[in-house]
Write a protein that binds this ligand. Structure first.
Ligand code: 6PG
Length: 236
């Protein structure tokens, strides 16, 4: 595991963008699962600004680690956010964008998306393997859309599961922990002082840390890299 700490969210965005550029260099095809949330918004803006014309996007295939069960036009949609902050600024073929159909029946879509991953990605012992999974960490220690109150979903036999936001009850489709930990690389983008407590508990394995899904991210053989700002890393 590697922990990279930078001054603020903006520097995290620039440093991750440079890291991403190097990761995809020379790859014939690069399969990446994106995250939602506020941090990716600035990361995508910077990635497009810094490397929009320096990366051959035709070799990159975009998936989502989780998506809200809302139409693609909804402001809650991770797909919509990604279009606004990245896809609308780069030359990426539409066939490379594999969105979760948020408007569909959640259980049916979870099954469809799991099948899509099993077809499109290489598999390791039957588990679809991404080149990169980008994750965030919620204030409650969730990651992707696996929340503490549904931590049992982490080890689901289904590679995509239907999760429920603990406050809003919003349904979400999320990849499970087996797919996350099968990835060749996992990058956590964690910024803001509201994350400092969970970062402290998880990194120092404080009592009860295992109840946070984010603590279960431990790639089987891949790399785990944290990109954090000083505020999120303030208790390390
Ligand atoms: C989502 C994300 C979610 C996010 C965390 C952190 O769909 O909301 O996948 O897991 O990564 O909530 O979000 P921030 O980037 O806002 O800290």
């Amino acid at each position: 595991m590697e922990v990279k700490v930078f001054k603020d969210k903006n520097e995290v965005a620039h440093k991750f963008s440079a890291y991403f550029k190097e990761l995809v260099k020379g790859k014939e095809i690069f399969q990446v699962a994106l995250s939602g949330g506020s941090t990716p918004k600035i990361v995508f803006d910077v990635l497009a600004a810094d490397y929009g014309d320096k990366i051959d996007w035709s070799r990159i295939h975009f998936y989502w680690g989780d998506e809200r069960c809302v139409p693609p036009s909804d402001d809650q949609s991770n797909y919509k956010m990604t279009v606004e902050h990245l896809f609308s600024k780069i030359d990426v073929p539409s066939k490379n964008i594999h969105r979760v159909l948020g408007e569909a029946d959640p259980m049916g879509e979870a099954m469809r998306y799991a099948n899509l991953l099993e077809i499109n990605l290489d598999r390791v012992e039957g588990v679809p393997q991404f080149d990169l999974v980008i994750l965030g960490m919620g204030d409650d220690g969730h990651t992707a859309s696996i929340f503490p109150h549904e931590i049992a979903l982490w080890n689901s036999n289904d590679h995509c599961v239907v999760a429920t936001h603990p406050d809003s009850g919003q349904k979400r489709v999320s990849i499970n922990g087996k797919v996350i930990n099968c990835s060749k690389e996992v990058v956590f983008l964690v910024t803001g002082s509201s994350k400092a407590q969970k970062v402290d508990e998880i990194h120092h394995k404080k009592a009860g840390f295992e109840k946070y899904p984010a603590s279960l991210v431990n790639p089987d053989s891949g790399q785990l890299v944290f990109f954090m700002d000083e505020a999120a890393a303030s208790k390390l």
